[in-house]
Ligand binder design. Structure first.
Ligand code: CA
Length: 219
């Protein structure tokens, strides 16, 4: 069985950071503001944020969705990568967490690109579909409650245009997806991973960046 020959230890990860990361000062400041948060581990890494920004630029994305904002680093990364008339529909239920990011979105001059909706994401996405927005989006990032992922994926797939991309976070779940599931989150991710592998509506790839990032391009 072929396997990864590259082990990313702390020294190599620091090298990757030093040699490839180009953060906006507001991104650096937002990471610092989140570092002491009890759920700081929920924030995507700078290399993942930069990769997603590259995807957004490759797609020429002007309409994007985020399901699960937390303190707003990924939203900031995506907003910085979009043109001035780009818009990110940012879905979250926590005022407490998202409020951390607001000053940094402003500092970066991208607050006007981020449409924060504090409501269950399914309600926000269904409202978009009901308003006729199916096929109107270029990019979606799903990083929220894992048992909700499949429902978010189905909505985002409808909202994306053909050729649009959905990125799904934590699909390797610290490796636990490879072992018998002992909790609902792991089981949900396992079911979704199998579904995505077999889903002929998309072209897909599961990357080992971060905690596992699945990219699925709508056909
Ligand atoms: Ca995540």
């Amino acid at each position: 069985m072929p396997h990864r020959s590259l082990h990313i230890d702390d020294v190599l990860y620091q090298y990757l950071m030093d040699q490839s990361i180009r953060e906006h000062p507001a991104q650096v400041a937002l990471r610092a503001a989140t570092a002491s948060h009890r759920y700081a581990g929920m924030q995507i890494s700078p290399d993942q944020g930069q990769f997603m920004a590259l995807l957004v630029k490759l797609l020429g994305a002007r309409r994007a969705i985020e399901v699960g904002v937390f303190t707003g680093y990924s939203a900031l990364s995506v907003a910085l990568a979009m043109p001035d008339d780009g818009r990110l529909l940012a879905c979250d239920i926590s005022d407490e967490y998202t409020r951390v990011g607001l000053p940094f979105w402003s500092q970066a001059g991208v607050a006007h690109k981020i449409d924060l909706r504090l409501a269950p994401a399914i309600e926000t996405l269904d409202a978009q579909l009901a308003a006729g927005a199916a096929g109107h989006y270029d990019f979606a990032f799903i990083d929220a409650d894992k048992t909700g992922y499949d429902a978010y994926y189905e909505r985002c797939l409808q909202l994306l245009r053909p050729g649009g991309l959905v990125a799904i976070d934590n699909t390797l779940w610290s490796g636990s997806v490879a072992r018998p599931a002992e909790d609902a989150d792991t089981a949900a991710l396992q079911r979704l991973n199998t579904k995505l592998r077999d889903d002929q509506r998309v072209d897909m790839s599961l990357l080992t960046i971060g905690d596992g990032l699945t990219l699925a391009r709508k056909r």
